[in-house]
Design a protein around this ligand. Structure first.
Ligand code: GSH
Length: 380
């Protein structure tokens, strides 16, 4: 159906609760802008309000005009795709749709650690972002320092990074720039003429961390100008500008090999080991991958769920599509073993089945709390 003939969206306009330096808020905003979805961004660390309505302390969260809530960018975007199906961000071929989902997930989760490194390790970024997040914190100069310490302890030193591999975590950024730059010299978006979920997954770290924070932003401008241009392109393009005629391109060429290798031999094995750790009741595990090693990584339920979804989607492919995906990863050793291994359940399907009615009224607390307290652990 033509967009102009479609009935008005009964759930819109939307309110997006997020922050202007947040990894995942930037990802969702770029998507909503691209699809021209009517929304207003409510900027601020109001994790208290989000928690009150959803039971989850994560941003971004979306409130619909009919009082429902969505959270977690991956299922949120997937739901929006059902309401705004024109110019989809999922490639037509199921094999490529799987690759797009895999790249989105890799962008969301694997690039988190280097994004944290570049925000919280270099002294200038650390000070700039610490001060910004603490609301300027004038008159309390130690607050930015306290915040920066806490973030680097939580997401880096306390999650698999040590003096031995700190430089490797730093260099993960350069690995991605090399890949993206080779890509964007050739085509406007990762999988062809239009943005796919893969672009939005990569956008999270690239826009709000690497392309924003002082040191990594300068590096991107100097070393990867096409990647810098892609950030602006994705941020400014609307699906209607590009038109409905989408040309998708299946990954091909040597410049893909290092990325495919990291996915097959680092990211997916990391997800597998994380799931095994959860199954075995371990709160930490040593991850020894081909290109990266993280001793004493934290076991994360959420990433067990990520692997479960990838396994389901891979196993739902028909033989022909599965063969295409397998052929893509064959030169780097394949991914089918991990994706067909016995699933370990994170038990999170229900939790992420969005949208949901507000939890308002189910709490004992009577008023909405505002803001976040120092005791909370913002993931930024
Ligand atoms: N996978 C989630 C991650 C969301 C997330 O971690 N958001 C961060 C900000 S970028 C946050 O709000 N963290 C708060 C917390 O973890 O307490 C998504 O895609 O939305």
């Amino acid at each position: 159906m033509e967009a102009s003939l479609r009935p008005k969206d009964p759930h819109g306009p939307y309110k997006v609760y997020g922050v202007d330096i947040s990894y995942f808020t930037g990802k969702l905003q770029a998507y909503m802008q691209y699809k021209n979805i009517p929304h207003e961004v409510v900027d601020g660390y109001d994790l208290g309000k989000v928690f009150f309505h959803t039971g989850i302390k994560k941003m971004p969260a979306v409130e619909t005009a009919d009082g429902q809530w969505l959270f977690d960018t991956t299922p949120t975007i997937q739901w929006f795709e059902t309401i705004y199906p024109d110019t989809p961000i999922t490639p037509r071929s199921n094999a490529l749709a799987f690759v797009s989902l895999l790249l989105e997930d890799y962008g969301d989760e694997w690039l988190w650690r280097p994004a944290m490194w570049w925000r919280w390790m270099p002294p200038i970024s650390r000070r700039a972002l610490g001060t910004k997040i603490m609301g300027g914190a004038m008159g309390a100069p130690a607050l930015w320092w306290y915040f920066a310490q806490r973030q680097s302890r939580e997401w880096l030193w306390g999650d698999g990074m040590s003096k031995t591999n700190s430089d490797n975590v730093r260099d993960m950024y350069f690995e991605e720039l090399a890949f993206l730059e080779a890509m964007f010299v050739k085509q406007p978006f990762l999988l062809g003429s239009h943005p796919s979920a893969a672009d939005f997954g990569y956008f999270a770290s690239m826009f709000r961390h690497f392309g924003n924070d002082p040191e990594p932003a300068e590096i991107m401008r100097a070393q990867a100008p096409h990647t810098y241009a892609w950030l602006a392109r994705l941020w400014s393009t609307k699906a209607t500008d590009l038109g409905a005629n989408q040309t998708w391109v299946f990954p091909k060429g040597k410049h893909w090999t290092p990325l495919l290798d990291r996915i097959a031999n680092d990211y997916l094995p990391y997800l597998r080991d994380n799931a095994i750790a959860l199954r075995d009741g371990k709160s930490r595990f040593d991850y020894l991958g081909k290109n990266h090693t993280f001793y004493r990584s934290k076991t994360t339920n959420y990433r067990v769920w990520c692997l479960e979804i990838l396994q389901r989607r891979y196993q739902a492919l028909n033989l022909r599509d599965r063969k295409r995906v397998d052929a893509l990863f064959a030169p780097v050793g394949g991914i089918s073993k991990i994706l067909t291994a016995k699933q370990i359940s994170a038990g999170m399907d229900k939790m992420f089945d969005v949208p949901k009615a507000s939890l308002k009224g189910t709490h004992i607390r009577l008023s909405e709390p505002r803001g976040w307290r120092l005791g909370a652990q913002p993931r930024n």
